[in-house]
Ligand binder design. Sequence first.
Ligand SMILES: [Zn+2]
Length: 614
Amino acid sequence: MRISNEKINEIARANDIVDVISQYVRVKKAGKNFIALCPFHPDKNPSMNISQSKQVYHCFSCKAGGNVYTFVQNYEKISFMDAVIKLAERAGIELKQSEYAPDLNNEITKLFEINKLAAKFYFDNLIKLQGEEKDFVYEYLDKRKLKKNTIVTFGIGYAPKGWNNLHSYFIDNGLFTEKDLVKAGLLREKENNRYYDTFRGRIIFPIFNESGKPVAFGARKIYDDDEIAGKYINSPETPVYQKRQVLYGLNFAADDIRRKNEVIIVEGYMDLISLHQSGINNVVASSGTAFTIEQVKLLARYTNNITLLFDADAAGVKAAKSGMLLVLEEDLNLNIVTLPEGEDPDSVISIKGVEGFKKFLEDKKSLIEFITLLYSKDNKLSKPEDKALFVKEVISYISHIPDAIKRAFYIQDIARKYNLYESELHEELGKIIRQNKKESFPKSSVVIPQNEKTAENKKSGKIPAEEMELIEIFLSADEDSITYLENNLEINFIESKVIKEIVEIFLDELINSGEINPGMILNKMPSEEAKTIVREKSFSKYSISEYDSFDKHNLLYTPRKDTTDYRQHSRDLIKKFKIKNINKIIEEKRRSKTGLNEIVKLRQMILEIQNSKE
Ligand SMILES: [Zn+2]
């Protein structure tokens, strides 16, 4: 690590954990803490607790948790160092170049660095093009109406013709080996250790991750003699690029999606870019795959309102249908916009202008309207048997909506529109739902967290209650109570190894900085178990039960005061420890049958402790 601990603490202090998490998920106040739907497991009721005073978060369901750095790291899937850099930027704290030279021993950091340099290489190539090659490439870009600042914003570049342009660029700068570049998907390996460039003679679209780092590339064919058939080829999957989890353009669109509370999903890079050029920014495209459930989940963090934009040709409709199912299954609001057959956003905009395009957007179709349209287009809604088929198809979509109330509304809608009995539709729906369950079981790839009790028993079943209480006091009590513990606690009072480790770190921290700051101290914890304990105990029993009652009886809710008397509690706890310790000594003497005459004295000591007024 090259950034000093002081700096890391300074940056953490400048980034309040509640503010930072609020940027990613909706956070609401509950008592003295904050709660949110946990983004790290499928969460229906808010199980993530965030403590502003302690600067930690903890999910009581999946046990994810940590400090502000952990959150950013896990949410953005970036390294610790990148989280530090990101939060430093957020707070306007300057890091000297030497303070954040990338750690190239880390594989992930290395891949990010390679992709960054490669993006720069392709971009520079486009800018520096000369002669005929330049004329040809720029003619293509003009034809696609790409504006200069769009090229800069999206980092669009050019992979020159030839087998080893990128290869020699990287090998000359000496930072990376050919194996590294193969791993990043930029070089291919021939037999006997010979390498060649993956992308040759193509327009390059860097694919950015959520936090705006290039992680892969899409390459568009422009030459007729290109021996690779595909109009687009993409980087292979790497540890920083999992196709199913990346949405092209999300880094540019995120703010706008939140602001408009809607996202428009389009089919390709160019669709997205031409919409951006027209000032429509809440747009993403799936890159190199059909739309996936992972991508839907990703979007669900930003908005509930998903609009699919598709070409009305057969392939477009097919893609729209599979996309629809995914959106419905995640219980999001779905709308569909279709463009006339053979048109894409780019062509519509050039014919009808931005305003004309916006009219298409306003003419959103609900699920039922969209399917009605498909049927009526094929003239399939006149005969009763066709109508029956139509209703069955709509119902089969509705069956994928998890929310029963929403399903009921859809059913009501169809019943009214087509003059049918709701009860019959419900019967049909029930049949399909039962059918789906049979077919799709087991379906979810999500690991369901162990229920809390078994997880608890496994990990900390052996930790005595008073040792857990000790941690709670260290984390929640006033200065006087903590000082009392500091002065009276002996480390050999503690039986559990993990609690001993935690307390030692606490005592260290008290000596060095005079206070225990859970958010900062988490990084120093020696094990996952220790971290989990500190996080859980950061939310005192009081604040959790308060949240429960808040949730269950929210009309009756009145905030309670934290009435725990830590002063007395800390004294009692030390007494308990002392007595327990003496009892242990007595036990030992009995077993070894030595010093039996001291037992009376020891018993006397216990009595004195019990009666002492502290
Ligand atoms: Zn969770």
